[in-house]
Design a binder for this molecule. Structure first.
Ligand code: GUN
Length: 284
């Protein structure tokens, strides 16, 4: 079974669009999402463009602010401060990575946690790890929705997450753990990785290496979630961390790249923006 993140994302965005129409009637305006990109990294430019398109599709007001690579840390922090103070802005996202002369952790902490649609602010991270209400990071949130959509039971399963980033691996592990899976967090250099992966009922690969997950690393019937986004140098096409051709026949459920986790991440970003907007309106 192949889980199409693309189809599920479309349905989620359709539901959000309906809710946005109600927002306009009830609150007199639609959610406003601001995406900031510093520099011209081609992958980041493409991601930011997609986020803008999604915002438009669901009926948000979407603003993309593109800043030159030479933008200073202070200039970026000042911009964030002004967006935090702006009552007409509901969600703020700074596309990562930022150029090296800017301290990423300062940028993440500068965004008001109430407008942090990525769920990266330390207060949102702490809330997730303390099981308090929070903005859930988009990629793991999307993966959980895909597992639910496919009817995959998480409770009682052995999950292996390869990757320990703040954006994906760690929150993914926590969200699986909170649904009563037993979770192993591994990384690309974990000793005996193939052996550990073969124990997984649910295998989540977030390594960023083309065809890193081979057929030998997957147990028959496993659920395989591919979070990788890589460029195949031979074909020039996007491909995941999983050797899809050889792994798919072995897996019970698998996500493709492209058209898998990526579109779901963006749909969840739209959902987070709507949630931030509604929390703000209901705090008044
Ligand atoms: N860069 C890669 N993934 C992400 C993401 O989910 N959010 C932001 N802000 N930057 C990213």
């Amino acid at each position: 079974m192949i889980i199409s993140g693309k189809d599920l994302a479309l349905r989620i965005k359709h539901d959000i669009a309906e809710k946005v129409k109600e927002c306009e009637k009830k609150y007199g305006r639609v959610p406003h999402q601001v995406v900031i990109l510093v520099g011209e990294d081609p992958a980041s430019m493409s991601y930011v463009k997609s986020k803008g398109k999604d915002a438009e599709q669901v009926g948000f007001k979407g603003t993309t602010i593109r800043l030159p690579e030479s933008t200073s840390e202070q200039e970026l922090l000042d911009l964030i401060a002004s967006l935090n103070a702006d009552g007409g802005v509901d969600g703020i996202l700074v596309q990562l990575p930022v150029p090296e002369h800017i301290d990423e952790s300062k940028v993440i902490a500068a965004i008001s946690h109430e407008k942090d649609v990525d769920g990266f602010h330390p207060l949102n991270v702490a809330a997730l790890w303390q099981k308090n209400p929070c903005v859930n990071p988009c990629t793991p949130k999307g993966v959980i929705k895909m597992l639910e959509e496919a009817g995959v039971e998480i409770e009682g399963k052995r999950a292996v997450v390869i990757g320990r980033s703040n954006i994906v691996g760690l929150p993914m592990a926590k969200m699986l753990l909170d649904r009563n899976a037993t979770v192993t967090v591994a990384h690309s250099r974990t000793r005996d990785l193939p052996e550990i992966c073969r124990q997984a009922d649910i295998l989540v690969a977030a390594v960023g290496r083309l065809r890193f997950i081979t057929e030998e690393m997957v147990a028959p019937g496993a659920v395989v979630i591919d979070v990788g986004v890589n460029r195949d140098p031979e074909t020039g096409k996007l491909a995941g961390d999983v050797d899809y051709e050889h792994v798919a026949p072995k897996a019970s459920v698998i996500t493709p790249v492209p058209g898998g986790v990526g579109p779901m991440t963006r749909a969840c970003l739209m959902e987070n923006t709507l949630e931030c907007f509604l929390s703000k309106m209901n705090r008044r």
